[in-house]
Ligand binder design. Structure first.
Ligand SMILES: Nc1ncnc2c1ncn2[C@@H]1O[C@H](COP(=O)(O)OP(=O)(O)OP(=O)(O)O)[C@@H](O)[C@H]1O
Length: 578
């Protein structure tokens, strides 16, 4: 608001008003200002440096390339944003080079600038994150007035970040104001900011009593399935991001030297959770994952190319766990020799995680395996040999009457049917303490109890579509580490101890993920109908990436074991036995 008095010059007032208006809407005007700036620069270049056009062109190419490939560093997080930025630079740079060489007003240059500028402005105006940022900036500018009105006068906004679900700001309170006071004023803050009811949350910042984080949730993060943004960790020493809490903050949990238990009824999202864990672990070159999936590999097979080993039969499962105990023992002995306490994971000496889908089936079908699991649960932390077990209902019987459940450091509960199942998964007395996993109302929603998560907060896992799993597995597979020599020798010795068993059984026990995929490929090609199977179907059946399927098809084709029936469709040749 501008106050007019008699001694003021109307012209300068008008200028101030227009100036302020332009400043307020500078983001919306950005395409026009950019076009104007480009035109003026073009005129200067043409008048003073007309021979510079090749330099301008080269610079344009370099900047566009850098934005397209490294735009993430300047907060262009999505490929479409990087593409837009690179295309804009190409348009402006290309136009400037032409303007320098010819003249900015040579047809069709003015038309190109006008029409091109307008077309490029449309995505800019429509961009959701930009609009959200501008809206938040305007709100924050008004904070001093709002703070005054709600009784937090003198508090200042120090920084603000806009994210997918809304925005968060760090606020410095004025002298004498407390975080508790601010929490008491939440309804007033929501009213002052004009948000919906219940949209504001306040979290104290432990290091400073006069700082807080204000979180405004504009869209409910749990309203729809949340797509996986990609791995959050590049090392097992970093926490992995499983999903988001109701307030939009990420669920981060460390799995290093920790056993994890995942429970919930059928269809509650356990396998989805396991997918997120695999998506992250497979991106870490300092951890090896061995999988046990007694549902004939249905859940873990898509990750086969990233699993160092996979067991799909009770016998294989028992051997795998026995070998994991051998690894643990060998590592413990090495640590004792070196006078060290813990195994520090690296790509040369990776941590070992045994991921067991449907633990109850293991107990039922391979009761001999339970003592190995028990041993890992009790002794595996220091040698970085740990378990992640998923099961519907971890009753004492389902856990094989062992100590495995009590050793679980991270507990994740998806929806359960009965209240007492909450206590089974999360621990005795947890339902009473407010952990109501029986009230979770959609697949993928969960409660997590871990050293860094000690209050019940609803969260939802990211959802990985089948295609995302295939893509991630294909991308991460080439970077998977191998077992370190100490562990590898332990596994070999452990197999030698079973020498009295027939060779065929031992080989079967050590079947690798690759071999399982190979078997699935042969079966799919062999059972193919007359019109053959497509490459995507083979990818689905084997859980392997497109390049792997093509590579194998080529080899089998050369050996005369497969035949291309039509474009992209293949079939096994009769004599080929699986
Ligand atoms: N985070 C999620 N967001 C949205 N939908 C999800 C999520 N996780 C799982 N779902 C949906 O719920 C369905 C069941 O999930 P999932 O197979 O993971 O359950 P489960 O607990 O492993 O079941 P089962 O024990 O039968 O294997 C899936 O088809 C999927 O579409």
């Amino acid at each position: 608001m501008v106050l007019l008095t008699d001694d003021m010059d109307f012209g300068s007032v008008l200028l101030v008003v227009i100036g302020r208006w332009f400043w307020r809407y500078r983001s919306e005007f950005a395409p026009f200002t950019t076009a104007l700036f480009t035109l003026v620069t073009g005129m200067i270049l043409h008048a003073a440096y007309p021979t510079w056009w090749p330099t301008v062109l080269i610079l344009t190419g370099v900047i566009a390339w850098a934005l397209a490939f490294f735009g993430r560093w300047v907060n262009l997080t999505r490929p479409i944003e990087r593409g837009y930025a690179a295309a804009t630079v190409l348009l402006i740079g290309g136009w400037l080079a032409a303007a320098a060489a010819l003249d900015p007003f040579t047809p069709p240059l003015p038309a190109v600038l006008g029409i091109g500028g307008f077309l490029f402005a449309i995505p800019w105006w429509a961009h959701r994150r930009r609009r959200a940022r501008v809206r938040v900036e305007r709100t924050l500018n008004a904070w001093p007035e709002i703070a005054e009105a709600i009784g937090l006068a003198g508090s200042r906004i120090q920084s603000a970040v806009v994210d997918l679900w809304g925005w968060r700001a760090r606020i410095a309170l004025a002298r004498g104001q407390t975080v508790e006071e601010a929490i008491g004023k939440l309804p007033a803050i929501e009213s002052g900011l004009g948000t919906r009811r219940g949209a504001a949350r306040i979290q104290p910042i432990p290091e400073r009593a006069n700082r807080l984080e204000l979180r405004i949730i504009e869209t409910d993060p749990h309203a729809d399935a949340i797509g996986w943004p990609g791995p959050s960790a590049t090392s097992i020493t970093q926490p992995i991001e499983l999903g988001v809490f109701e307030d939009g903050s990420p669920v981060l949990v460390s799995l290093l030297r920790r056993h994890a238990l995942v429970g919930g009824v059928a269809g509650s999202g356990k396998s989805g959770g396991v997918n997120v864990v695999m998506g992250n672990l497979s991106a870490c070159p300092d951890v090896i994952v061995w999988g046990i999936d007694l549902k004939r590999g249905m859940e873990l097979l898509p990750w086969a190319s990233c699993l160092d080993r996979i067991a799909t039969t009770p016998r294989e499962a028992e051997t795998l766990l026995r070998d994991a105990v051998a690894v643990l023992d060998a590592r413990a002995a090495t640590l004792a020799q070196r006078g060290e306490r813990t195994w520090e994971p690296s790509s040369e000496a990776p941590a070992l995680i045994v991921l067991i889908d449907e633990y109850a089936e293991l107990v039922d079908d391979a009761p001999g395996a339970v003592r190995y699991a028990d041993s890992i649960a009790r002794r595996g932390r220091a040698p970085a040999t740990t378990l992640i077990a998923a099961t519907q209902r971890p009753s004492q019987k389902a856990m094989g009457n062992s100590a495995v459940r009590s050793q679980m450091d991270v507990r994740i509960s998806f929806r359960v049917r009965e209240r007492r199942d909450v206590d089974l998964i999360l621990g005795q007395g947890m339902h009473k303490a407010g952990w109501h996993a029986d009230a979770l109302n959609a697949p993928g929603k969960f409660l997590i109890s871990a050293p860094e998560h000690d209050i019940p907060r609803r969260a939802r896992t990211y959802l990985l579509e089948d295609e995302t799993v295939r893509h991630a597995a294909g991308r991460h597979a080439p970077r998977r580490p191998a077992l370190d020599p100490v562990s590898e020798t332990a596994v070999e010795d452990s197999s030698d101890d079973m020498a009295e068993e027939p060779e065929t059984v031992r080989q079967h026990d050590r079947k690798t993920a690759q071999e399982i995929a190979e078997g699935a490929l042969h079966a799919a090609l062999h059972d193919a109908p007359d019109e053959g199977v497509s490459v995507p179907q083979l990818m689905e059946a084997t859980g392997m990436s497109r390049p792997w399927v093509y590579w194998r098809l080529n080899q089998l084709d050369t050996q005369g074991k497969v035949r291309q029936v039509s474009r992209g469709r293949w079939r096994g040749v009769e004599s080929d036995s699986p």
